[in-house]
Design a protein. Structure first.
Lengths: 344, 344
DNA sequence: TTGTAAGCGTTATCAA
DNA sequence: TTGATAACGCTTACAA
């Protein structure tokens, strides 16, 4: 049992234990073995293991102007979409010797702002952000400081920033065309407010354009709901139900949070899916396979998106220079039980 | 538009801009206004704002031997249980000027070990861990370095460490008693392997003891499944189904992951819940309210657990000394549609 | 009230 | 092949 006096061992302690200079230890740490005699190397190795020494990232960072920290601000950590991306990003991140600082803005610009400040103070080497859309000045500030930024999913106007996300136009039109071909007479689009969030905006726009292109009457069946207010969701839902009474109808939700709330309300109303109303939703939460024997979903390659965002930012950190890029992934339509074919 | 040459502003830049010394700026940052003349203070304030200066946590940390970083290693970031805890922990954390480093071990001891190394290198001020149970030596090492640790949910033997989690005995026996009173003749307990995970072990033990105490025949209906192998789950499920054929029966799952897999299989088998088989599960994922018109669950105060763990570790970081504590929260039984009363 | 200088744990430069 | 020494951005004695 080693008796330990001071809790954190430093490079100096190791040097003393090994009977060499700090410089030699540093060389060892940097893997520059060609600058070390075998004897010295062995001594250092021994000392490091004996003392359980680990170099301080902080001290290293101070010297090298790198923190080995990558910040990621997500809008909603409760969303399975988010956690899947996090896993992808994290895997790549730690494989490359970086650490992730995960921050959850809860879709709140004020919280988001606070995290910006913190991350800036920690001198993160890069930022991946699923932005609330409310802090463009902060993004600009970070850009000014030459910190690479990758936008996840949601774009921001007027700023040249790399973006990784879904091809919302392809995804939405694919789904809408499918629904039209299934002979639905009324197709509603339910989304959270789209004003500041590009993803929602693009999906809505594509929804309308596709229907217009098909000469379908539903391009006006667009509803914006506040998911934190079930009454609001309820009244919008009821409006669509009344308005489409007797028709073959379906609801397309812009994400799984909206989907969940709607299902909750439909069950309260004792409406059955797909008999009274068909359903399809963006995202592909685990539970979508067990509700209604399987809900038709528009699945994003979430893990892959996380991987791509992290790979992109690591490239930027390594000094890769090029104009801002946008990577848009294709969605996959999972046809399940909630969108049956309607006989005319 | 300010032209910026060097990207990161330092305390020295601010001092020069304000025409004072670094020391004065440092005093300002530390809020020691009584050591500053009004005039100096104003000048510094101006310079800081103009230059968008933010002190470097790294440099500060190096000097003060604090990183303002708290590590949290979770076993499964996909689990809603985990994200709820994360939200609680994070709220308190950022309120106190700390930042969270979230690591996801994926229940893999090797990954967990890697994160230990990294967090140790970052000189985190504290660690909250939902441990895989495979790296006790690392926990000990961290303790030796005087880094406060809080165990989340899962205890480890032989080590004196604060623990925050659920009162698994109360929770399980409450549920089992409820099921016995609902007149179920066969009650099965489905869990992931319990050997290294105290939570699973305690729940299983309590399950068996409670049934034994009631003189109920099901204390042997205990199944351990590997959720990553659906065939394994299927064969265990089938075993119980065959064995309990014709009886009023119910399955209690030790977490929502197991619950989800079982439901998937039941649907494949075209079995209906609760008619053919009743269900109840630990955790209370959002989707439990919409599947089978509501699944009966044993809900943990997850957000509160996250809050408590973070508060506890902050107290330790602030130097609070006392023997290791255990905080066990009470569970709440949400009685819904999947566990109806059985007429004898 | 202000400033000079040393030091935190590293790495890099330079000289030996 | 080695080791002093300075420097990174900050805080804190200590001095003025």
């Amino acid at each position: 049992m080693v008796k330990r006096e001071n809790s954190k061992v430093t490079i100096y302690d190791v040097a003393r234990e090994a009977g060499v200079s700090k410089t030699s230890v540093s060389r060892y740490l940097g893997g520059r073995y060609d600058e070390l005699s075998d004897k010295t190397r062995k001594k250092i190795e021994l000392a490091i293991n004996k003392m359980e020494y680990r170099p301080s990232t902080m001290a290293r960072g101070l010297k090298s102007n790198k923190s080995y920290l990558i910040g990621i601000i997500v809008a909603d950590i409760n969303n399975p979409y988010t956690t899947a991306i996090l896993r992808g990003a994290e895997d790549i991140c730690s494989q490359n010797g970086y650490n992730l600082m995960i921050c959850n803005s809860d879709n709140n610009p004020v919280k988001e702002r606070g995290y910006f400040e913190m991350l800036l103070s920690h001198r993160i080497d890069g930022l991946i952000i699923h932005t609330t859309g409310g802090n463009h000045d902060m993004l600009k500030q970070m850009q000014d400081q030459k910190t690479p930024i990758i936008l996840l999913d949601r774009k921001v106007p007027d700023l040249e920033i790399d973006t990784v996300g879904l091809d919302n136009f392809q995804a939405t039109s694919q789904a809408v065309n499918y629904l039209v071909n299934q002979n639905y007479e009324r197709i509603a689009f339910f989304s959270e407010p789209a004003s500041k969030v590009s993803t929602r905006y693009e999906r809505r726009l594509s929804f309308q354009q596709t229907l217009l292109g098909q000469g379908h009457p539903s391009s006006k069946d667009v509803y914006e709901v506040n998911v934190d207010d079930l009454n609001d969701v309820d009244s919008k839902l009821q409006h669509f139900l009344d308005d489409s009474e007797g028709k073959a109808r379906v609801i397309l939700t812009a994400n799984s949070v909206v989907l969940l709330k709607l299902i909750l309300l439909l069950q309260e109303k004792k409406l059955s899916v797909p008999k009274d109303l068909a359903m399809i939703g963006f995202d592909n939460p685990e539970w979508s396979t067990i509700v209604y024997s399987g809900i038709t979903t528009i699945e994003q390659p979430t893990y892959q998106i996380g991987v791509a965002a992290m790979e992109m930012i690591l490239r930027r950190i390594d000094g890769h220079e090029s104009p801002a890029q946008t990577m848009a992934y294709q969605a996959k339509l999972n046809i399940r039980q909630t969108t049956p074919y309607i006989q005319k």
